[in-house]
Structure formats: C-alpha cells, structure tokens
Write a protein of this length. Structure first.
Ligand SMILES: [Ca+2]
Ligand SMILES: [Ca+2]
Length: 630
C-alpha cells in the first residue's frame, strides 16, 4: 500500500510537476502571500455561468490530503461518476436538478481502485477505468478494470481485470481511456522516463511505454495493440464526434525552475492528432525540425507554453453548444504568468484524408479556475449528456505553500448564461427500435429543467407520458407509429409552451430479413387437401398452411392484409383458420406472412372460384370432396 504522500507525489510526477509550490521568478512575478492572491476567484467567460457542483464540504471524500478528483464520466442517466486519487469511484448525483451534487445521495460505487486516472462508460453501461497498482517486484503496474453493478444498488459487485501489467512503474502511468467509434478501447500509456534516459534505479522505456494502445474488451484475453507511439505522457484524449479521429494532449518534459538564476529550456506542450501507426517522436524528437531523429515523426496541431500541462480534451457536444458545436475544449493544469489554468476552446477543421488544423478561439476562455499554485488545477472534463453542461474537475492535493487555507478539490458546472431556465433532453432510450405492429414501445427520456406536467412529443404529437422522476419521463409509442421505418423527432413540451431540444428516435427494420413464402395450401381440418376453393364453402372448416422460411415466433398469417387465427407456427410453416367470410365470394386471396418486426413476406395468391361450382356443399353431405354435381 502506497503512503498517501507517495500517491500524491506520483500524480504530481504524472502531470509533469516535480517541484514545490513555487514558480520560476523569471516567468512570473515573485509570489507574495496576500489576501488577493489567495482569494483569486474562479470566473466564467462571456456568455457562460458556472457554479461549484462539488467541493470538500459537499463531498467529504474530497477532503483529504490524499484525495481529490482525477477523472469523470457520465452514465446515460446523467449521473456523474468520479474517480479519486485515493482509489474511490463515487457517484455524484443531482437528482433534484439544482446543479449541485445531492450531498446526501453520494454513493461509493467502488473503493480500493488504486489511482484511477481514466473513467469511461461503454454504450452497454459497463464502466471501465484505468488503475495503477502497487507491485512488489517492479513497483507498480497499470490495469484496465471493468466494473458492473449487477443488482442495481449503485455499488459495483463485478469488477474484472481486463488488462494487466501495463508499464506504469516509471515516471508516467496508465492515464485516460476512451472507446472509439470502432468499439475498441483506447488507452493512453505514459512513458517511463522524463526525456528517454532513466534515472538511476528507475525503469527504462519498454515497448508499450509512451503509446496509445487499443484492445477489444470482448476478447477474453485481449492483447494490447500499439495504435500509435512516440508519446511522452498522453493525458487528455478524446474522439472527434464528427470525423471519429482521435486527439490527445502530450505533456512535455522538464521541471519548473526551483530557484534563480534559471535557464529553463523545457519544450512546449502538445496537442496531437493520433492516427494508426503514427510516431510522435518521444524520446529524441519533440518538435519535428528536419533532423534525422525526426524522420517519420508527426508534429503537433497546437502547442501550449512549457509546463502548462494540458490534462483533458472534451468535444463540446449537446444542446447548448450551438455555433460552437464540436469545438475542442482543453484544460491546461497549470497557470503560469497569465496563461493556463482555464478551459480553452479550439476549432478543429479538416479531415482524416487531408489532415486537421486546430485554431484557438480568440478572446477569453470559457472559464478561468483562479489558480494560484502550480500544484493545483483542472484534470478532467466531461459533458453532461442530458443538458450539455460542461463539468471540470479540479485536483488540489496539497495546501498552497503561501495560502494554506486553500484546498480546492472541486468540480465545476459550466453552462450558457440563462440555460438553466431551458429544458434539455439527452438521447432517447432506447434510441433505436425495430418496426413492429403489435404492442406499444415505451421510451425513456432523461432531461434537465423539465417542468411539471410536461409531455413527450413524437414529431410534435403528444405521447402518453409518465413522470418517473425529476429527470425522467417515460412515454409510449403506439403500434400505429412503429409499423414502418421512420426517424422521429422526440421533444418534451412544458405546460408553459416551452419545448426542449430534439433527439432522434429511429424506428427501423434492424436489417432483419423478411420472411419468405414458398407455397400455400388449403385443407380441411381432417387434413384432406382442398384443391379448389369455391365461393360459399364453409370456410371455417378450412385451414390455410403457408410454408417458407424466416418466420419469427410472433409471425402472423395474412389474407388480404387481415390476420388469421393461428393453429400452429414454426420457423418454416404457419397454419391459420380460414373463415366463411373469406371464401364467401369469388376472387383472389393474397397470402402473406408478417413477422413481429413488421417485415412482410412476398405474396402468394389463391383463387376462390365462382359460385356456380357449388357441388362441394352437397358433396360434403356425402362425405366426398370436390364433386361436381352437374
Ligand atoms: Ca442537487
Ligand atoms: Ca451492486
């Protein structure tokens, strides 16, 4: 078990800070203890508001020298999961929808998860995290864990080690992780050394150090594939929702100067487009300069001043993004001189074929966290899937040398000015349903700031709606709306006439095959085949048998579009009862099989011949079939 002090030291190394809480007097005026300095407030940029969602008072687990948030992820219900450096994964709910964690509702989803630095939900609800675990021989190893709550009590009861033995014993650890659009899990693995040369007694670089790895988590024994290499400490990582491309921050080498005079030659910090097979140069080539050491090395899209330590990337998605949709939001951990320690927006342009460009948005940042100490800053960011609010976690494990009363382990909620008076909804659950004609489909809509009496609308038409909680409405989609493929626009309408953003609900055939019909036949219930159907026969004594393939368990037998009562059914044969009405008049019977998905087979026709051929009625009396009296 690592001492708490060692844990803190590890994370400080991880984020590239190895000194005490002083900064280079060359780059910044000497720090003086003053009320103004210690009280430097966090502020939001133009058009944004923020509040403290969680702090050491609201979340007692943050109130420790060895605690503080390191990573965050939202589940599909809009609940924030937070990993702490002390090894807890907490659920910080806001069930009363006031933008502040419900202090009495906090759950410890998991404990004893050593140094989780990345949290990520899979679309099926499984939670994945990185963990950096003490190892008796080599000091520490990185792991990927999968956490499940199988009984719904908000405590993980099934924790599996998906990948073990990642090389996190050196200067940097196993950092964040994200699922890609390909369904694979991407893992940011730090390098072992500061600049390629191990300190005495420290590990050298191994083949998996300084990489982005990826695994298929469905493989029972996944082997990590090196997706890209030549990274030093890839910490922030996110997939662009537009292109599906991967981007990361890479934290540069070098320490802050500890004393003057100081010749700080540390390089800038980088933001990279990470593509398969990419080499980003570490160690030996930090910024490509045409030298032989830089052959084949891809340079950064953007640079931050040295030591700023960009810790997270989030793409600005959700209903509040507006014209800023899909901007790349980056959090530099440190503030040096007058830059950093904030949430900075960038515009990403280009594509994977022609390449990408990254341009910082001019003007003030979205939020400035009021840092006064380089050991204190934002470590992770996440977008609330319901509201589009931006959440930023600030990690401040050590009291400021000059402001010992300050201890900022906090999570901020940042949103557009005025947005708390607007209703927002997240993705409809489920978001895709199969066409079907038999039963209503119930959907759940999770949102924020939904007013009492609100109704769920599909393409503007109200659905039967039930309010399940402050955040959840359930609604029924009637069968009449789900018989054909269609994409609905789902909104929530408040009694005051305001309406939420729209989310899609896709009704589709799921790519399921239609049943196929090869032959039909008619027989009496005795089993005797009827070769000719004559108008006016006692149809209720006849059975219609359809043979084919792909009939599902809810398949129906249709005659001229109407369902027959079924006698039996299997995947290849379905038998239904005819009626007197069906055979009352001469004409054509269109026979089809319709699966429960709504998919309908090809049509086979039968003919009901004219009434002058009435002999079988009499023939029935004699017990014979198809006797033509005339
Ligand atoms: Ca609350
Ligand atoms: Ca459980």
């Amino acid at each position: 078990m690592l001492s708490s002090r060692f844990r803190v030291a590890l994370l400080l190394i991880l984020i590239g800070f190895t000194g005490t809480a002083f900064v280079n007097p060359v780059t910044r005026p000497a720090i003086k203890p003053s009320a103004q300095l210690c009280d430097r407030p966090a502020t939001a940029g133009p058009g944004f508001q923020f509040n403290v969602f969680a702090n050491t008072t609201l979340v007692p687990d943050f109130n420790s020298m060895s605690s503080g948030p390191t990573c965050m992820a939202f589940d599909s219900r809009g609940r924030l999961f937070v990993g702490t450096i002390s090894g807890e994964i907490l659920i910080l709910p806001d069930l009363n929808d006031d933008g502040v964690v419900d202090a009495g509702q906090i759950k410890r989803f998991a404990t004893d998860i050593h140094e989780p630095l990345g949290l990520e939900f899979r679309s099926n609800g499984d939670l994945y995290c990185t963990s950096n675990v003490p190892h008796s021989d080599i000091g520490q190893v990185g792991r990927i864990l999968r956490l499940r709550d199988t009984n719904g009590d908000d405590v993980a009861d099934d924790i599996a080690v998906i990948l073990d033995g990642l090389p996190s014993a050196g200067d940097h650890q196993t950092d964040k992780l994200k699922f890609g659009p390909d369904g694979l899990l991407y893992i940011a693995q730090g390098s072992a050394t500061d600049d390629g040369t191990p300190d005495p007694g420290h590990p050298a670089e191994g083949p998996l150090n300084g990489t982005i790895l990826r695994i298929n988590v469905d493989n029972p024994a996944p082997q990590p594939e090196i997706f890209a290499k030549g990274l030093r400490n890839p910490f922030g990582m996110a997939f662009d929702p537009v292109s599906g491309a991967l981007f990361c921050t890479d934290v540069g080498p070098g320490d802050l100067c500890q004393s003057a005079p100081c010749n700080d030659t540390s390089p800038p910090e980088k933001v990279l487009w990470v593509f398969q097979g990419g080499n980003y140069g570490f160690p030996g080539c930090w910024i490509p300069d045409g030298s032989s050491a830089c052959a084949g090395v891809t340079g950064p899209l953007a640079q931050f001043p040295k030591h700023l330590t960009p810790t997270s990337i989030a793409f600005y998605t959700g209903p509040q993004a507006g014209a800023s949709a899909n901007q790349m939001l980056i959090t530099p951990f440190k503030r040096i001189a007058t830059v950093g320690g904030d949430l900075e927006p960038f515009v990403l342009s280009g594509n994977p074929t022609s390449g990408f460009q990254l341009t910082q948005v001019a003007g003030p940042s979205i939020a400035d966290f009021g840092l006064v100490d380089p050991g204190d800053g934002p470590v992770d960011s996440a977008i609330d899937p319901l509201s589009g609010d931006i959440y930023v976690a600030r990690f401040d494990p050590i009291p400021h040398a000059l402001c010992p009363s300050e201890h900022h382990n906090e999570i901020y909620r940042i949103h557009r000015t005025g947005s708390d008076s607007m209703s927002f909804i997240g993705p409809v659950q489920p978001g895709v349903v199969n066409v079907q004609a038999a039963n209503p489909i119930t959907i759940a809509v999770f949102g924020r700031h939904i007013k009492a009496g609100a109704t769920v609308l599909a393409d503007g038409s109200p659905l039967t709606t039930r309010r399940v909680s402050q955040l959840e409405l359930d609604a029924d989609l009637p069968p009449s709306l789900t018989t054909v493929s269609h994409t609905f626009s789902i909104t929530v309408s408040n009694p005051d006439g305001t309406t939420s953003n729209s989310e899609p609900l896709v009704v589709h055939d799921g790519g399921l095959p239609a049943p196929t019909l090869s032959s039909v036949s008619v027989a009496k219930r005795s089993g005797k085949v009827v070769n000719q159907i004559i108008a006016g026969m006692k149809g209720k004594k006849l059975l219609l048998t359809a043979d084919g393939a792909g009939f599902d368990s809810g398949a129906q037998l249709l005659v001229n579009g109407s369902q027959l009562s079924l006698i039996s059914s299997s995947a290849t044969e379905i038998v239904g009862a005819l009626t007197n009405a069906i055979v009352a008049a001469p004409g054509t019977l269109a026979i089809q099989v319709m699966n429960s998905t709504g998919k309908v087979s090809n049509t086979v026709t039968l003919t009901v011949v004219a009434s002058e051929l009435r002999a079988p009625i009499q023939s029935r009396r004699t017990g014979s079939e198809i006797v033509h009296r005339r």
